[in-house]
Design a protein around this ligand. Structure first.
Ligand code: SF4
Ligand code: SF4
Length: 283
């Protein structure tokens, strides 16, 4: 069983979030062609393997406005060796095409309140025929939006809150966000990770458009290449070499946190196992 976080060259987005370097960035036609070719190569490779694989697409920008990401999600969801295929998305795309995907497709949806009318976003989430989580950045300006969304989403939809980069939350502020996402405590502060066992580099890898394999998105050292098989001999248990890990797509694999139990069956799309009965105490 191998979990792959894939990030190709795509670096453009149709949204313009104030907190994002990819806001309204455009890729040239050549960059888009290269991204499409890289994704198609990756998809074919996954489907040709005889081991069980889970995939999370984590594009820098927005993938689902591109037909090749929609097609990859649908194709991989029907591949016999794919346990789960998920993508991080702002959900600006239409959703009808998801009816063609199997129940192994999933979405990690982020709500950006300044970029989309509330009712349109809510209706789109409610129309989703596949597993999904919905989330928001814990900017104080988003608090009212987050509360409203929590009230309006079905109880079975998990709404996560990501701590805003660089923000220090007082206990009172953290309590406000924890009332919306009982697991906010995991995001509030970076996790000290140096020397601790992390599944990345053993059962989880990060792959770029050229097939270069790294243990995770945050450690630059290349372990080998996916397409020549050279990454395989590097896979083994290994401690984290970084001081801290502050991103959910990283620390969810940090073993001492026990998040594979909290998110059992939904690690990639960030759906807690017991939601909505998950512990209200958070952490
Ligand atoms: S939707 Fe995501 S990628 Fe696009 S600008 Fe906003 S934060 Fe950046
Ligand atoms: S703890 Fe985070 S930074 Fe360290 S190896 Fe794991 S994913 Fe990478």
């Amino acid at each position: 069983m191998l979990t792959i976080l894939y990030r190709g060259p795509l670096a453009s987005c149709d949204y313009d979030c104030g907190y994002c370097p990819f806001a309204k960035r455009r890729d040239t036609p050549e960059q888009l062609r290269a991204d499409r070719a890289a994704l198609e190569r990756f998809t074919s490779w996954v489907m040709a393997q005889d081991t069980e694989i889970s995939v999370l697409f984590t594009p820098w920008g927005e993938g689902l406005v591109r037909s090749w990401y929609r097609e990859a999600l649908v194709r991989l969801s029907w591949s016999g060796n794919v346990r789960r295929v998920a993508i991080q998305t702002n959900l600006s795309c239409r959703t009808g095409w998801l009816a063609d995907a199997s129940d192994r497709a999933a979405l990690w949806v982020t709500y950006h309140p300044t970029q989309v009318p509330y009712e349109r976003f809510l209706a789109r989430v409610r129309s989703l025929p596949v597993r999904h989580s919905v989330g928001i950045v814990g900017d104080p300006a988003h608090l009212a939006h987050a509360r409203r969304l929590r009230d309006d989403l079905p109880a079975e939809t998990y709404l996560w809150v990501n701590a805003q980069e660089g923000r220090i939350y007082s206990d009172a502020e953290a309590a406000e966000w924890t009332a919306i996402d009982p697991l906010f405590g995991y995001s509030r502060l970076p996790h000290r990770s140096a020397g601790l066992p992390c599944r990345t580099g053993e059962t989880v890898i990060s792959v770029d458009g050229d097939g270069e394999v790294r243990r995770c998105h945050f450690i630059p050292r290349v372990l080998g290449n996916l397409y020549d098989g050279s990454y395989r001999r590097s896979l083994r248990p290994r401690p984290c070499p970084a001081a801290a890990c502050d991103c959910h797509i990283g620390y969810v694999h940090l073993e001492p946190l026990g998040l594979y139990d909290v998110f059992a069956g939904g690690v990639l799309e960030r759906v807690p196992a017991a939601w909505p009965q998950v512990s209200r105490s958070g952490r």
